[in-house]
Write a protein that binds this ligand. Structure first.
Ligand code: 5RP
Length: 267
C-alpha cells in the first residue's frame, strides 16, 4: 500500500488496528433524524470515545470545527430520500477535489446489491475507487439494504461484501448477522459492523458487537444505537471498551451502567 493511503487509513484506526467510527450522515436521506437535529451537540459528549467521524461535506463544513476534529470519512453518495421513489437510486454526490480539499481520511459510499440500482451503485463504487486510488484515499463501501432489513443474513451480506472488495473497496461496512465469520471469511478486506435501527437494550448492542469482533470484524460504525440511547456517552464508552479493550458484553454493560450512574469516566 502506498505511504499516503496507509497513513490515511492508520489515522482511522486505534494502535491495535481496531476502529470505532461514529456515523452522523443520516440526514443525507432522512433529514433531521431524531437525536441528530443538531449534530455538533449530539457528538460533543461522544468525542473521547470514537476514532473517526462519518459525515457529509455539508455537516462537516457547517458544524464541525476544523481545528478540533477526529479524522473524517466523507459520505460521498446520495441523491435519494425517505420520501422519494427509491432509496437505492444513489449517485456520487461529491467530487474527488472536494474529498481532497476537505482533507478526508477516507470516502464512504453505499451500494444496493439485489435492487434495480445494483449496477448503478456498483458503478459509483468503481468510479470512486478509480479516483481515490490515484490519490491514495481509502474507500469504505457500505452494503445498504434500505428498508429491507430482513435481507441481513450471512449469504446475502457475504455476497455483498465480496463484491465490494472485488471492486476495490479498502474496507467494507456491513450489518452483523448470525454466522458473521462466514461474511468476514469471504471478504479479503477488513469488515466493519454497521449499526441499524435502535435495539431494545444496550446489552443487545454490546452482544452483537462483541460477537462480530470475535468473528473477525475490525470495528464498528454505529450511530443510532449510540446517540438515540438513553445515555449516549455511557454506551459509547462501553463500545470503546469492547473495540479497544476486548471487554465482554457483561463488562461493557457494567461500564455503561456505572458511568450512567456517575461512577466511571473516560478511559
Ligand atoms: C446507511 C448508513 C448510515 O446513514 C449510517 O452510517 C448508519 O448508521 P446506524 O445504522 O448505526 O445509525 O450508512 O446505510
Amino acid at each position: 500500500m502506498d505511504w499516503g493511503k496507509q497513513n490515511r487509513l492508520s489515522r482511522l484506526l486505534g494502535p491495535d488496528g481496531n476502529c470505532f467510527f461514529m456515523p452522523i450522515d443520516h440526514g443525507y436521506f432522512q433529514g433531521p433524524t431524531t437525536s441528530l437535529e443538531r449534530p455538533a451537540e449530539t457528538i460533543a459528549p461522544l468525542y473521547p470515545y470514537y476514532d473517526a467521524l462519518f459525515c457529509t461535506r455539508g455537516v462537516l463544513r457547517s458544524v464541525i470545527d476544523p481545528r478540533r476534529s477526529k479524522p473524517i470519512i466523507l459520505r460521498v453518495s446520495g441523491g435519494a430520500s425517505m420520501v422519494g421513489q427509491d432509496l437505492a437510486d444513489e449517485t456520487l454526490t461529491t467530487s474527488i477535489e472536494e474529498i481532497v480539499r476537505l482533507n478526508a481520511s477516507a470516502a464512504g459510499i453505499s451500494v444496493f446489491i439485489g435492487t434495480r440500482y445494483e449496477k448503478q451503485t456498483l458503478n459509483n463504487l468503481a468510479v470512486l475507487v478509480d479516483e481515490c486510488e490515484g490519490l491514495g484515499i481509502p474507500v469504505m463501501a457500505v452494503t445498504a439494504v434500505g428498508r429491507e432489513l430482513e435481507k441481513r443474513d450471512a449469504r446475502y451480506l457475504g455476497l455483498c461484501c465480496r463484491i465490494c472488495a472485488e471492486l476495490g473497496a479498502t474496507v467494507v461496512k456491513t450489518y452483523w448477522c448470525e454466522n458473521f465469520d462466514k461474511v468476514v471469511r469471504g471478504c479479503p478486506v477488513p469488515v466493519v459492523i454497521a449499526g441499524g435501527p435502535r435495539c431494545e437494550t444496550p446489552l443487545e448492542v454490546f452482544s452483537f458487537v462483541y460477537d462480530g469482533m470475535q468473528r473477525g470484524a475490525i470495528g464498528i460504525n454505529l450511530g443510532r444505537n449510540v446517540w438515540q440511547s438513553a445515555d449516549p456517552a455511557a454506551v459509547a464508552r462501553a463500545l470503546q471498551a469492547i473495540i479497544h479493550e476486548n471487554a465482554t458484553p457483561a463488562a461493557a454493560n457494567a461500564i455503561a451502567e456505572e458511568m450512567a450512574h456517575g461512577g466511571l469516566v473516560a478511559a
